[in-house]
Design a protein around this ligand. Structure first.
Ligand code: GLN
Length: 193
């Protein structure tokens, strides 16, 4: 059984732990480099990417995370987590760092403000039937490089991308009872064991 961490610096950690357990992984929070070293894959939750970036720096996690992602550890980011996995942000706050891993350019808060949050059905490559996507101050992906694969679009915008062992969605499948996206990620982790 794969052991999958959820980066627990900030964001909706608990919901991901529950979704991963439902998708037959052993799930645990990860805050320190020693904990990161013990997991087979990692989820980066939704939350606030500038805060997450600051806390990753303060907790000495930025470089360990970059190194493991660059070494091919399977990683899945939702919303703020998608922003963390982008090689480039269009409108970063000053000092905002990303981990990188996916050759894409991301626009933060692209779908609007908190009160413009919405739910929509999204077709995701590799999953049968639509997934209910919860979009909360969600980013979209402005463009992807040649090695990144678009796996979902909504309203003409890229909302899910995969590149090698890295997966990212603008929306939050962990906030619905549907664990198919987490199951897809658990399969990616299993394949990399
Ligand atoms: N807008 C947030 C950010 O920039 C992301 C929102 C979310 O994760 N739900 O980090």
């Amino acid at each position: 059984t794969p052991v999958i961490g959820v980066l627990a610096l900030q964001g909706d950690v608990r919901e991901h732990l529950i979704a991963l357990a439902a998708a037959d992984a052993v799930a645990r929070p990860v805050r320190r480099p020693e904990e990161l070293a013990e997991v087979d894959g990692l989820v980066i939750p939704g939350g606030e990417s500038t805060t997450m970036s600051k806390l990753a720096t303060v907790f000495g996690m930025l470089e360990p995370l970059r190194e493991r992602i660059a070494a091919g550890m399977p990683v899945y980011g939702t919303c703020a987590g998608l922003i963390m996995l982008a090689d480039k942000i269009l409108d970063p706050r000053s000092g905002q760092e990303t981990l990188g891993g996916i050759d894409m350019i991301v626009r933060r808060n692209a779908f609007g403000r908190q009160n413009e949050s919405f739910e929509a059905s999204v077709e995701v490559a590799g999953i049968d039937g639509p997934v209910e996507g919860v979009f909360i101050r969600a980013p979209w992906v402005e463009s992807v490089g040649a090695t990144a694969e678009v796996v979902a679009e909504y309203d003409g915008h890229i909302v899910a991308v995969r590149q090698g062992n890295a997966l990212a969605t603008s929306f939050h499948p962990e906030l619905t009872g549907d664990h198919r996206v987490h199951a897809l990620f658990v399969d990616m982790v299993r394949a990399a064991l």
